[in-house]
Structures are given as C-alpha cells and as structure tokens.
Design a protein around this ligand. Sequence first.
Ligand code: GCV
Length: 721
Amino acid sequence: MKLFSINTLLLLFVLISFSSSGYAEDGYRLWLRYDKLADPAKVAAYRNAVSQIVLDGQSETIQAAREELTLGLKGLLGTDVSFVNQATKEGTLIVGTPSTSKLIASLNLKNQLATIGNEGFIIQRTKVGTTQNIVIAANTDVGVLYGVFHFLRLIQTQQDISSVNSVNTPKINHRILNHWDNLNRTVERGYAGASLWDWHKLPDYTSPRYKDYARANASVGINGTVLTNVNANALILTPQYLEKVAALANIFRPYGIRVYLTARFSAPVEMGGLKTADPLDPQVIAWWKQKTEEIYTYVPDFGGFLVKANSEGQPGPQNYGRTHADGANMLADAVGPKGGIVMWRAFVYDNKVPDDRAKQAYTEFKPLDGTFRKNVLVQVKNGAVDFQPREPFHPLFGAMPRTPMMMEFQITQEYLGFATHMVFLASLFKETLYADTYAKGKGSEVAKVIDGSLDKHELTGIAGVANIGDERNWCGHPFGQANWYAFGRLAWDHTLSESQIADEWLRMTFSNDNRFLKPVKEMMLASRETLVNYMTPLGLHHIMGYNHHYGPGPWVNQASRPDWNSVYYHKADSIGVGFDRTTKGSDAVSQYFPPVRDMFNSTQTCPEKFLLWFHHVPWDYKTQSGRILWDELCYRYYSGAKSVQQMQQTWNTLQPMIDAERFVHVKDLLKVQEKEARWWRDACVLYFQSFSKRPIPSDLEKPPYPLEHYVKIKHLFVPGI
Ligand code: GCV
C-alpha cells in the first residue's frame, strides 16, 4: 500500500528542514522574527505582564500597531493576547494617544507627554484602579507604533519589564534611507540583487515586500526614504512614474515613512522643453513650482528632494554660473509651501581644480553658510573623500553653524567588501559621530552638529545609503542586516553604544543564548578594525580596484581623472608613503578648528589611525609599537587577515546554536572574506614593498605570488556599478 505520494514526502522534508516556527531561516524576517522565546519562566512572566490589550484608535497606523502586537506577541509568547475595551484585569497593555484613547487621557501622563514631541513614546508601569498595567502612550499614532515596536523589542531581547519606565524621543528629525536605485532596477553600489522597486509592475502590482520594508524601517524609527539614485533620471518626475511613486508612498505612510525623490537639475530642459535650467530664470522657477505641485497631487505628504549637483558629471547651478545655494533655494521655494525639504549634497570635487580633493567641498560650501533657505539641509558624507573604511570626520561639520548639516553614511559596503565581508558599521558611525570638532570648544562633537544642539537648529537629518536589494535576505550578507538596523537605531539615538546595538540585533535576529551572543558580539565589534587592517591600515585610503572598487588596486594610475587614481592618495615613493595634508603640504588640516588642526598637523599628535591620511611618513619612521613604519604596515595587514581566520574559527564553534541555513551561509561568506583579506594583504604589501625595498618581517609568511600576479587580476563583471 502506498502511504505517501512523492510530493507529500517532499513537503514533509521541507517542513522538517524549517525551523520549529515553520519558517525557512533565509533571513527574510530580518530582526522581526518573533519566534517563541526559549525560556519558559520568561514566557510565563511576560504573559502575566501582558494578559490583554486595550488599543484605541482607527487610523491605518494604529491598525499597523495592532497587527504588529498580534504577530509579535503570538510569536514570542506562543499565545493569542486578546484585544478588549477596558483594563478589566491585571496586566492590561494600554496603548494609544490621549486624543484617541479615553483611558490614556485619564492617566496622569500630561507632563511627560509634553516632553516627547510628535514621534516619541512612553512605556511605563501604571496603576489603573487596583490593577497593575503597562501603558504605551504617545502624542501621535506614529509615536504609538514606535512604542509598540520598542515594547516588542524589550520582550524579544528578554528584558525585564516588571518596572519598565522608558521615555523615548528621537534626537534627529529626518532619519532617511537613500536608495541609489535606478529605474531599470540596477542599484549603484548595490550588492544585494536588483532594486526592491519593481517599477515595471507598479502601481498595479505591489509586492508584499514593500510593507515588510516599511515595518523594518519603522521598527528602528527610520521615517523617510529617497527612492531613486542621486545620479538622477528625470523620468521619475513624469506622471507615469509619479503614479508608481504614489503607490509606494501609500504603503509606507501608515508606518510613518515619507517618500522623497532625487531631482535631476536639468529636468526643465530634458522634460520641460526649456532652453535652460538656470535656477534664477523665471521660467525654470515656474517649471519646478508647477512640477512640485503636481507631485503633491500624487503624494500629499511628499517629503522633498535630494540633489547631487555639479558632482561627477551631474548637472547643477554652476552650469549657469550660479551657486549651490541658488540651486537649493530655488527647489526649497518650490517645496516649502507644502512642508517639503531639500537635501543638497556637498559631495563635490572637480578634477580641474588642482587642489587636494579632500579640501574641495569645504572650500565651495563654507562661504555659502547662512545663504540657504530655512528648509534646506546640506548633506555631507562622514568623511571628506568617499566612504572609506576609515576617514577622519568631514571638516564641514561645525564649519557652517548657520546651516543645518545632515550626515550621510554609507550602509552599502562599496569600499568595505561589498556583501561578502562581515563588518559591523556601528563602530564606524559612532567613531564619526563622536569625533570632537571643537567648533565651539571641547565637547562640540559631530553628533551635536547633526542633532542641532550645537547651533540650535530645529531642522535636523541623517541619511544612510541603503544596502537593500531584492535578495531574499534583503542585504546579501546575513550580517549586512545589522548595518541597516544600526543605522536606524543610531539615527534615532546616537548615544546608544555599538555593543548594545549588536546585542539587540543578535538577540532578535539569531538567539538570546549567551553562548552564542558573547563570541559573536565580540566578533562584530572587532570586525571594522579587522577590515581596516587588511584593507587600509594607518590612514591609507582609496587604494581599491578602479571603477568597480572591488579588491586591492594600490597601483591604479591610469584612471580617467587623476583623483580617481590610487597613487594620488597614497603617494608612495622611495622615502615613504602617505598624503601630506599638513600646513606644509595641501593644508587640508587647516579646515579643522585649531586644536584639531594642530593635532592632525604633527606626526607626534596625529592619531596613528590617521597617520598616512595627513602625513607622508618615511619608511623607517618609528611607530607607537616601536616598529618602523614599513614593519608596522606589514604587521597590520597580516593581523587583519589573521583576524578573519579567527572569525572563521569562532563561527565554526557556533553550529549547534543556530539554524543550519544561516550557519552555512555565513560560514561560506567568511571563506570569501578570508580569501579576499589575504588578497588585499599580499597585493598591498608587495606593492608598497616595491617602494620601501625592505623585507617582509621574517616571522610573516611570504605572499605566494609576485606582485605582477595581483596587478594582472581583472574582474569584468563586478556587481554594483
Ligand atoms: C552615486 C562615489 C561612488 C558613486 C556615487 C558617488 C556619490 O563616487 O563611487 O557611485 O554615485 O560616490 O556619492 O555621489
């Protein structure tokens, strides 16, 4: 007798291979996995603390909060928690705003609510009559949603909620993802598949992923998304595409996410039939005004424009002899009446300007301080060159006190190993945010410039260039998700530590088991330094493969512009290596405030991590370890590569603690990372040796091939261009 068909057996096999929750552990669920907690005592305690829910309000956002609570609590606690009308029993979770919930309005929260603004929330133990309950209260529905996500996070990470008391507000208003996604679904510097935005099928078919994208963002407080590449295509501004944009905006809106677009500066010529895009031309002004009004008919809460102008071939106001402020202000006047903003990028450098590339943004933008409209933010990359594994903070931070300065981080790993290297970027973000600019004396950290507290700006913003694509696990590398998460958490609260963020993310994404958490957290926290060591130690920068930026390329010297050559940046010669940016060199140091300038200006005080960024240093210069520079450089490269081997060893011990799917995926990617770390090490050490003419220290293994082997390696089809 035939008991099972082949199909049934196959189905059974697939189900058994899935985790106990019934999901394949393919990373799709990100950190919102909501699997049942393993500790029965904790589950019982949480069930007592949340025995039923009173959630008042009808909006789509409240509906989203209801759905998330239902999904989250059922998953984590393994039981349905019912929604009721009154706090009739102990452990009622009371959720809402004073205007939607009589119960919330009746609680004594007025003073606290007055301090948390439009997006903040309060989570606290509260007595109603004789019963002990927990309240999640906010002034707005989106504040409620953020509170719900935070509450679920507390449970998911197994925090003690018996005396919970959290008053939580974002420190920065605009917390935005920048997608460098093209309309043909390629993603510039994207390594996780095609663009999430399926323009061809929009607006009629909307992928369920759009909602999950919104949930993930809202769960960390990201409240804006720029859908299109800064290397912009004017087509996005046509009705055909605006209809598609509107469909996405409708899905994101309940989650508190506003949509922004990139504005191609030449659009009035390209699509409006005008002869000029001069920002002072009345017809151009009228064109943008009308276009903006049209956009608002599709997307009533449209957030505004992000603009890359007069940079790397993009058109801009300088084509017409106007300034960046002229361009930004013209667009700001168009979106201003509707509450929109303009994010004007300061990533400008011109190969015809003979000055150090690292100086050019400051030189162009600083004189414009105070000339921008009130709804313009100047968006500045974290460092003055380009998202390198390590850069000193951009000197524009603190230098334009009358202009809101927006931070631009890169979450996608253009220069940090694409989606095959595990590197936790919270360390990089924090290093920049907590660098002291000394703009107003000691304690003028970059974070205070960005959150507006240093120069008293109400308009504040932070952007992260997204690492998201249509790969099933969203980011390519399972640990790439941690960088999306970390960006959101720091955008909300930059005081959070890297360690706390890693801890939360690991617990939510993998496991609350300490045997797993401790070693993996250590690995994540060390990973950025490890990568710097095997790619660009001691302040080296921009020495990767030409154009695609994959792998080492310190020998690159034939690029189409001088400032795209590696040799422009490292300046290795028989005497030493490094870019002299001191007062005797390019004088980039003088763009920093005096104590910082002086610190960077001298090899004695310059932090060693930035040594070769600011100094051309002789090969026999004595470094802090007591070794000469050449030997130190070798040891750094070798220690970076060795650390990746240690990461592999650590990971291999963790197999019993997590699912097979992600274990194997990470294990295999670590193999790639280890191979590439050695590639970087060997290629760079051999290349720099051709100048230093010194031996590789005898206790370090010799590279297996000569330099020519590495120079000859060519990769034609690299993702992300
Ligand atoms: C979107 C770097 C990248 C470019 C990117 C540019 C920018 O140069 O390599 O791909 O273009 O930065 O930030 O505008």
